[in-house]
Write a protein that binds this ligand. Structure first.
Ligand code: IPE
Ligand code: IPE
Ligand code: MG
Length: 258
């Protein structure tokens, strides 16, 4: 049977964020260097992105490099940045053909200049695309993002004389790097670890979390579909009771911000 059916389509998440973990372990289990795992991990991005597009999930965010990953050995970091460059060069034509807009979150100034350049170019060249949304988290850390947001916010408050007590969440969320993205509905982490590792901590307030035992290079289209199937079975209550949810339209239930 094909997935999704008409009923399933309505319940699909709008935004899936993925912690692509386990490249190193995948390589080690094959007696190969870690970068071999990263290379195969990058190859896998295409199949999951294609699956998400075909199925009808309009936003995918991929955690590619965290602020804490800066503490890895230099040769691994440099290998990852070259893989990023290769990926973006190879994928640009497809992004333009398929109407994919690339965005990034994270501090690009902490990447090597050649990587910053290709990322910025790709973001610029795809900025008018609106069919589908790919976001890469690069040198991203939620705590750093929140700190930056608070700093800009505090500055604006002091310059405008606005009363800090009057500011609500929706206003503050505009100071986060995800301001143009819906909150993630589903966060998938591969490789069996049950943690967020500094990823979208505030945006994940009501995200559903799915942990797959598969290492990222093995997390294929079928595994992605299984994660979505699991997601659509869940009841998202946003603090309400199950009865309240079943008497309203579940798919449109949302977090109340005021
Ligand atoms: C995820 O795989 C990719 C990045 C963090 C860049 P890992 O490199 O963390 O793989 P493991 O967790 O060591 O297996
Ligand atoms: C999270 O994976 C970051 C990315 C997938 C980019 P890590 O491998 O860095 O996470 P920890 O260190 O196991 O928490
Ligand atoms: Mg890891």
């Amino acid at each position: 049977m094909t997935f999704p059916s008409t009923i399933e389509r309505e319940k699909l998440p709008k935004h899936v964020a993925i912690i692509m973990d386990g490249n190193g372990r995948w390589a080690r289990s094959r007696g190969k260097p870690r970068l071999f795992g990263h290379r195969n991990g990058v190859k896998n991005v295409r199949s999951v992105v294609n699956a998400a597009r075909e199925i009808g999930v309009p936003y995918i965010t991929l955690y590619a490099f965290s602020t804490e990953n800066q503490n890895r050995p230099n040769d691994e970091k440099s290998g990852l940045m070259h893989l990023l460059e290769e990926f973006l060069k190879r994928e640009l034509a497809n992004m333009l053909k398929d109407g994919i807009r690339l965005r990034t979150i994270g501090d690009l100034s902490g990447l090597p200049v050649f990587a910053q350049k290709i990322v910025e170019e790709t973001v610029e060249k795809t900025k008018h695309n609106s069919d589908w949304n790919l976001t890469l988290a690069l040198n991203y850390g939620s705590r750093q993002e929140v700190l930056n947001g608070i700093q800009s916010f505090a500055q604006q408050v002091s310059e405008s004389g606005k009363c800090p007590q009057k500011i609500d969440w929706s206003e503050f969320s505009n100071f986060l790097e995800t301001k143009d993205l819906p909150d993630p509905d589903l966060i998938i982490r591969t490789s069996g670890e049950f943690r967020l590792s500094n990823f979208l901590l505030l945006q994940a307030a009501y995200a559903e979390i799915f942990v797959s035992p598969l290492h990222w290079p093995d997390f294929n289209r079928q595994a992605f579909i299984e994660a979505l199937q699991n997601y659509i079975q869940r009841e998202r209550r946003f603090g309400k009771t199950g009865d309240q949810i079943s008497h309203s339209t579940k798919s449109t239930a949302q977090i109340q911000t005021t």
